[in-house]
Design a protein around this ligand. Structure first.
Ligand code: NAD
Ligand code: UDP
Length: 330
């Protein structure tokens, strides 16, 4: 029997809730009046991201590795636990696969047992180095199964497969979103992703490290837009499983991003070119027709506005006294 909390609020499990996106999702759900259970092993996330929620009576944090079984009575599961930056997911690739495969099996087993809806935070990386542009959900992708990104790309592809098989075989109520590059406050200073790297480098007066010749493209979505899309996806009827692309279709080259960051920070830093990492995709841009039609969703925050927010966040963070963070990688 399901006992609902008053005021239409739900009990919601967020795996990876102490991470960059997960912590913003927890904020959103708490603000909507829901009861949030955040489960995270703090591998790439941090208690700093959720410190402001720890005393909230509707928020609970449990340090747990989801590659081990977990049980709780909840109404919905947002399954985000998985390191997302190449530096973090390549640090221990076997662990990344275990998180994606065993972690997703554990969460699907839980969803099946307690009959809750479950959303998987999948990724545009399932398209690999795409030969179709922009990427539509119907495209099956071009992924190297044995490369250094495979632990993540193939891990997420298996996670999607598991979601669909639990749905077909056991009737689990699933939702899959494929998230394209997302940025915002609470990205880790050391996580190696391009937006955080460039902003931190510019603010410290260090060289901005463009990998390759900088002509590769990405499309950057601000985190509040993404969270809105995820919540809308969970709110759709139970026949619709996705996958749905969530991202901002405004495409930029990496060199353009570097130049934008230099202009917005008024930094005297220079741009330097470094070798392109193996299997780095040439281009990436979401076709968001499905999200527009099914979720009435599209991103609202323009790149320069989002970048200003992140620049403000990192300015504060870099000026603050260093805090010991034994849970994080460094
Ligand atoms: P993040 O690294 O900041 O957050 C991931 C969180 O999961 C961290 O708090 C980490 O400690 C936790 N975690 C990792 N392994 C775990 C495990 N075994 N058990 C419990 N917790 C674990 O990354 P993010 O950018 O917030 O990404 C969140 C999700 O969104 C990920 O699933 C990622 O694949 C997906 N995604 C993100 C992006 C992006 O651009 N940020 C793009 C595509 C997909
Ligand atoms: N990149 C870069 N300099 C950096 C970090 C990343 O030029 O300091 C490039 C990287 O090679 C890739 C793009 O920026 O082409 C996006 O990298 P990120 O790690 O942010 O995301 P992903 O490759 O997973 O899309």
């Amino acid at each position: 029997m399901r006992i609902f909390l008053g005021g239409g609020s739900l009990r919601i499990l967020v795996t990876g809730g102490a991470g960059f996106i997960g912590s913003h999702l927890c904020d959103y759900l708490i603000n909507q009046g829901h009861d949030v259970l955040c489960v995270d092993n703090l591998f790439s996330g941090s208690k700093d991201n959720i410190r402001h929620l720890l005393d909230h009576s509707y928020f609970e944090f449990i340090r747990h590795d989801i590659s081990q079984p977990f049980f709780a009575e909840v109404d919905q599961i947002y399954h985000l636990a998985c390191p997302a930056s190449p530096v973090h997911y390549q640090y221990n690739p076997i662990k990344t696969i275990k998180t994606n495969v065993m972690g997703t099996i554990n969460m699907l087993g839980l969803a099946k047992r307690i009959r809750s809806r479950i959303l998987l935070a999948s990724t545009s990386e399932v398209y690999g180095n795409p030969s179709v542009h922009p990427q539509q959900e119907a495209y099956w992708g071009n992924v190297n199964p044995i490369g250094i990104r495979s632990c993540y790309d193939e891990g997420k592809r298996v996670a999607e497969t598991l979601m669909m098989d639990y749905h077909r075989q056991n009737g689990v109520d699933i939702k899959i979103v494929r998230i394209f590059n997302t940025y915002g406050p609470r990205m880790a200073i050391n996580d190696g992703r391009v937006i955080s790297n460039f902003i931190v480098q510019a603010l410290r007066g260090e060289n901005l490290t463009v990998y390759g010749d900088g002509t590769q493209t990405r499309s950057f979505c601000y985190v509040s837009d993404l969270v809105e899309g995820m919540v809308r996806m969970v709110g759709t009827d139970n026949i619709f499983t996705g996958p749905v692309n969530l991202g901002n279709p405004t495409e930029s080259t990496i060199l353009e991003i570097a130049e934008k960051v230099l202009a917005l920070t008024e930094s005297k830093s220079r741009i330097v070119f470094k070798p392109l990492p193996l299997d780095d995709p040439d281009r990436r841009c979401p076709d968001i027709t499905t999200a527009r039609n099914r979720l009435s969703w599209q991103p609202k925050v323009p790149l320069h506005e989002g970048l200003e927010e992140v620049i403000g966040y990192f300015k504060e963070k870099l000026n603050a006294k260093p805090q010991p963070q034994p849970e994080s990688l460094g």
